[in-house]
Design a protein around this ligand. Structure first.
Ligand SMILES: *Cc1c(COP(=O)(O)O)cnc(C)c1O
Length: 367
């Protein structure tokens, strides 16, 4: 007989999230290209707004984050009452699953998807259903084929992390149209701001009108506020109401709310970040493609990172350790079935040129 408290089986079935490393084994100077953070930092106005809140640390934040929700909603033509704020979009993803899945329910996500989907699903005792990819990309037909009577929620990240692949508007529409209306479709747009306007996947438009679509966004990526944990979601009023019931009451800090409001207003910073990403993502992709004879392959990305596959003499594992020794931390994801790949965040020009020089040396040394 057990004599100590016993955690739930479904909790013990979770493999805890593994964050990107921030330091090399030697502790030397590093380029951290492992967590898809913004190499340009963040808006100076956001930093000032954050600092100005130092005098109010004794007060709870605005639990409703009213000003923040209004700042998010206005430029996108959203109803602020249907914007829900989270401690990062991670909390919004957890709230969506918490509201729509429990023991006995199935939640679908793609094989090479964001690690949080499986954790969020298991956390509530629901069952993750993993569907195969189409050359690392999201396969709408495979998702639709995986739906059963027990399916209550489907996760799609667009662009997807860690692959960077992107599903066009007509495919998102086809996925939505193919799902039963009682299945919640959660479209994670953590990287949406990196897309050109003509690449809009239509998810936010769907979330405005459909009863079964929730979109999530974050301030951690293009806005460069990952340290403050601010994300948001948009969906039908009934879903937002349900999610508020399980939201942490004071889940976004006062300084974080202020910083995010200033960040939304600084469109020039967002433009500069997008332009930097366009330029250096294209550069890195071309550099990797030029190493095709060494077995390197770039998965076409629309995020602020590139998944590089190692199919030649130099393995992803060896490259990961070699780059680490040279001061470049990237993400190796064997735990997600990507033992043959490294995900590299688009850093500064110096970081990326240095990384490519180190990678070429590793290839030469591997013979
Ligand atoms: C980075 C990321 C998030 C955002 O995480 P936060 O909790 O907002 O920092 C969400 N989804 C995907 C796919 C991501 O890559």
């Amino acid at each position: 007989m057990t004599t100590i408290p016993r955690p739930k089986d479904w909790v013990m079935g979770i493999n805890a999230y593994v964050p990107g490393k921030a330091a090399t084994a030697s502790g030397g100077p590093v380029a951290k290209l492992s967590s898809n953070e913004n190499p340009l930092g963040q808006s100076a106005a956001a930093r000032d707004a954050f600092a100005a809140r130092a005098a109010g640390l004794d007060r709870y934040p605005d639990a409703a984050a009213t000003a923040l929700r209004e700042a998010i909603a206005a430029p996108l033509g959203l109803d602020p009452a249907r914007v829900i704020h989270g401690a990062g979009s991670d909390e919004v993803l957890n709230m969506a699953v918490g509201a729509y899945a429990g023991p006995g329910d199935e939640v679908i996500h793609v094989r090479y998807g964001f690690a949080m989907y499986e954790i969020a699903t298991r956390r509530v005792g629901a069952t993750p259903v993993v569907v195969p990819d189409k050359d690392y990309g999201t396969d709408v037909d495979a998702i639709l084929a995986a739906v059963t009577d027990r399916t209550t929620l489907v996760f799609v990240a667009n662009p997807n992390n860690p692959t960077g692949t992107y599903v066009a508007r007509d495919e998102i529409a086809r996925l939505h149209a193919g799902l039963r209306p009682d299945i919640m479709l959660v479209i994670d747009q953590a990287y949406a701001e990196y897309l050109a306007p003509e690449e809009d996947d239509g998810a936010l438009e769907l979330a405005k009108t459909a009863d079964n679509v929730i979109v999530t966004r974050t301030f951690s990526k293009i806005y460069g506020l990952a340290g403050e944990r601010i994300g948001w979601g948009y969906g039908p009023a009934a879903a937002i109401d349900a999610m508020h019931r399980i939201r942490g009451p004071f889940n976004v800090t006062t300084a974080g709310q202020s910083a995010a409001i200033a960040a939304v207003a600084d469109t020039a910073f967002v433009e500069a970040s997008r332009a930097h990403n366009d330029r250096w993502l294209a550069w890195l992709t071309a550099e990797i493609e030029a190493l095709g004879n060494a077995g390197l392959r770039a998965v076409p990305s629309r995020g602020n990172f590139l998944l590089v596959l190692f199919e030649g003499r130099l393995s992803a594992e060896a490259a990961y350790h070699g780059l680490m020794d040279a001061g470049f931390i990237v993400r190796w994801l064997p735990g997600q079935g990507l033992g043959n790949g490294l995900r590299i965040t688009i850093g500064t020009e110096d970081e990326l040129r240095g990384l490519m020089a180190a990678l070429r040396t590793l290839i030469d040394d591997a013979g």
